[in-house]
Design a protein around this ligand. Structure first.
Ligand code: IVH
Length: 691
């Protein structure tokens, strides 16, 4: 990077340059987890941009990196030393290696009988949570620390607090039941469930941001986000597996630890088993592997821990890892194959995605013949040539990815550079790349690929949820000229469908029933289905909630739109633009005529998912740091919740502030979860994201 041009003489130019550099570094840091510059250098760029924007407010754009909360370096978090080091584990890759380890353990254990606790190896980040005594004999979360280098981690308490599987307080009664003192530490793994990961990437895609590569990186980036409300939205999950008191493992056995953690209200992975031979270990591993795809979160192996803490003490540690535990790693789900061609796919929004056409290769149980190359930058960064050999990875049921070029004596480089098309491969219209975005898009509003992808999007489970509206069906509907817009789905007749390949009376009726059912999906889903730019699941839900009907949304002004949480100038602009297009208005009218409900309903599945506090009762007590009692009450009620004056078994949450009185005692007595203001705010945010 050269000397900065004088920001005063060319501030606009310099701001654009800084934005582009910062975006690039965000990508390396947040997505690839491989920063190219130090945090300090990043901060210097960011500070320079902030200064320019402060001096020239007219240059501030809503998509400037200064306006984004995620992806910032971890400089904002304090370093904290762990009570005892957070170690890593030695690995085993075969049952022979497990047998060797088992033999060593038994030798060192002497006459003591050895049993092992087999647990899943969750592919996330380990964190340590510290709980301290409350005045009422319970315990409360005071600190959450990342693993860091194992000795020292970062204090990410405000983010950890937003993870709903982490109890914020534990009552005296519960502690007594487990016989746990009031001060203790819980260690475990923070993971990002696959659904949350996919949603995150859908949102990033809609916003023209580079996609996160895997749930673990996304979880790591999320935990380092400086804005807890964003973390709350990401739906991280914490699985607990260790309990420490004064830096020592507690109580006597790992099996008891896990049971105690579950009794304390932590999420403990149910896939666990006590085993006492290598055969039993292998059986557990086989089972874990077969259940892996259906878990909903990623695992990369199995951890085996000597069950008895006394035996653990006897075995001790080698350097960085305990002798009493080992990680059996699943063989990586990757393979090497050759790129025969690179094709380009056109998406719903006209976005062009390059796809590697591969010599088929068997990876993790399936044959892979195509893999996404994301965008032109990705190809450039890998320096990909057609004919190259590449490593392809498959994680969970995520689309296969090309991760690197392989080059050695058996795998010579390819020789044909890929040239990004200047015309849309489907309709031959011009393609353009909007400044500041990574993607090229087809400009033709009537591009047939857009229609096909829009129909597929419309039918998706998270959108109108029309089961059976898959690719083969959509393609036939288009080929036969039966649909020209999503609205045409509602005028399909049984005869139309029976005429399609592989359709009979029963399947035709089933699809018609599904299409009919989708009419009642509600406004939030319709808004998503319409494909308004930047309006993903969460924004659609918030808009539906605020405006209640498509007509109210349509007549909303910029100011009214921007009053909605998370709607800024960019989204409001996109909404206004959408509603001035005659074609869009005609589409809405046709959908209405077909009987599609365009109002927001309450207490339905959509509503529950879109995050109302409906059905929840809150009791407020004490003085909150920023919200007045009335404001807190109003926000709870706006979000569909109720407030009550006294605590009973029916109370879902007590929100306690400074000088909380007997209501807090009562809450602890009845084991009603207690939130502070931050916890309440996190709940609003967490609740307003889809489940
Ligand atoms: S025990 C000293 N149990 O794997 C004990 N770790 O390769 C170390 N992990 O840093 C941790 N699931 O991040 C343990 N059930 C589990 C685990 C687990 C995932 C991770 C953890 C650790 C890494 C070690």
């Amino acid at each position: 990077m050269g000397e900065p041009t004088n920001p005063d003489s060319a501030p606009a130019h310099r701001a654009a340059e800084l934005r582009s550099q910062l975006r690039r570094h965000d990508h390396f840091y947040y997505v690839l987890d491989a920063p190219e510059i130090t945090d300090a250098a990043y901060d210097a760029l960011m500070n320079e941009l902030k200064r320019i924007e402060a001096e020239h407010p007219e240059l501030l754009t809503p998509d400037s990196p200064t306006q984004r909360v995620g992806g910032k370096p971890a400089e904002g978090f304090q370093k904290v030393r762990h009570s005892r080091p957070m170690l890593s584990l030695d690995n085993a890759y075969s049952s022979e290696e497990l047998a060797d380890w088992d033999r060593r353990v038994r030798e060192l254990a002497g006459l003591l009988p050895v049993e092992y606790m087999a647990e899943l190896k969750l592919d996330g980040l380990s964190v340590a949570l510290h709980y301290q005594a409350t005045e009422t004999g319970g315990a409360r979360l005071v600190r959450g620390i990342t693993r860091g280098d194992g000795q020292t981690g970062e204090d990410v308490t405000s983010n950890i607090r937003t993870i709903r599987s982490v109890p914020l307080t534990i009552s005296a009664e519960t502690l007594n039941k487990v016989r746990l003192p009031q001060g203790f530490e819980v260690r475990g793994e923070v993971v990002m469930p696959e659904a949350a990961f996919q949603r995150l990437n859908e949102e990033r895609e809609q916003q023209g941001l580079p996609l996160a590569v895997n749930p673990r990186n996304a979880a790591a980036g999320t935990l380092r986000t400086l804005e807890p409300s964003i973390v709350a939205n990401r739906r991280l999950v914490f699985f607990a597996y260790f309990l420490l008191v004064e830096g020592e493992y507690w109580p006597q056995r790992q099996r008891a630890t896990l049971d105690a953690l579950a009794a304390l209200g932590f999420r403990v992975n149910p896939h666990r088993k006590l085993v006492s031979s290598v055969e039993e270990m292998s059986r557990f591993i086989d089972q874990a592997e077969s259940e892996r795809a259906a878990l909903g979160y990623e695992i990369d192996g199995v951890v085996l821990k000597v069950d008895s803490h006394a035996t653990q003490l006897r075995l001790g540690y080698t350097g960085r890892a305990p002798r009493w535990a080992i990680a059996y790693k699943f063989t990586a789900k990757s393979g090497i194959t050759q790129i025969n061609a690179i094709t380009v796919q056109v998406g719903r929004t006209g976005k062009l995605t390059p796809v590697a056409e591969l010599t088929p290769v068997f990876i993790g149980g399936t044959t892979v013949s195509r893999a996404t190359l994301h965008n032109a930058d990705f190809i450039e960064r890998l320096g990909l040539l057609i004919g190259d050999w590449v490593r392809v990875e498959r994680g969970g049921d995520v689309i296969p990815k090309v991760v690197e070029v392989v080059e050695d004596a058996d795998h010579p480089r390819g020789n044909l550079p890929f040239v990004f098309p200047v015309l849309c491969p489907e309709c031959h219209s011009e393609v353009v790349r909007v400044e500041g975005e990574v993607d090229y898009r087809c400009v033709n509003a009537n591009c047939p690929a857009k229609l096909r992808e829009s129909l597929l999007h419309f039918g998706r489970r998270s959108v109108m949820n029309i089961e059976g509206l898959g690719e083969a069906v959509v393609q036939q509907l288009l080929d036969r000229g039966l649909v020209h817009s999503v609205a045409d789905l509602y005028s399909l007749k049984k005869e139309d469908l029976i005429a399609l390949d592989r359709f009979a009376e029963k399947s035709a009726v089933a699809l018609l029933v599904e299409i009919d059912r989708s009419k009642r999906a509600g406004l939030a889903r319709v808004l998503m289905g319409l494909g308004i730019r930047f309006v993903g699941e969460r924004t659609a839900a918030l808009l539906a909630l605020e405006f209640g009907s498509i007509d109210a949304l349509r007549s909303a002004t910029t100011e009214e739109l921007e009053r909605v949480e998370e709607v800024g100038p960019r989204i409001s602009q996109a909404i206004l633009e959408f509603f001035v297009q005659p074609a869009n208005l005609a589409l809405i009218q046709t959908l209405k005529d077909a009987g599609v409900d365009m109002t927001a309903e309450r207490k339905t599945r959509t509503d529950r998912l879109s995050g109302q506090l409906a059905g929840l009762t809150f009791v407020l007590t004490g003085t909150l740091p920023t919200l007045t009692r009335d404001e807190a009450k109003r926000r709870i009620e706006d979000a569909g919740g109720k407030t009550a004056g006294s605590v009973s078994k029916k109370t879902n949450y007590v929100v306690a502030g400074e000088e909380a009185g007997s209501k807090l005692d009562k809450a602890l007595e009845l084991k009603v979860p207690v939130l502070d203001e931050a916890g309440l705010l996190a709940l609003f945010n967490a609740k307003s994201a889809a489940d």
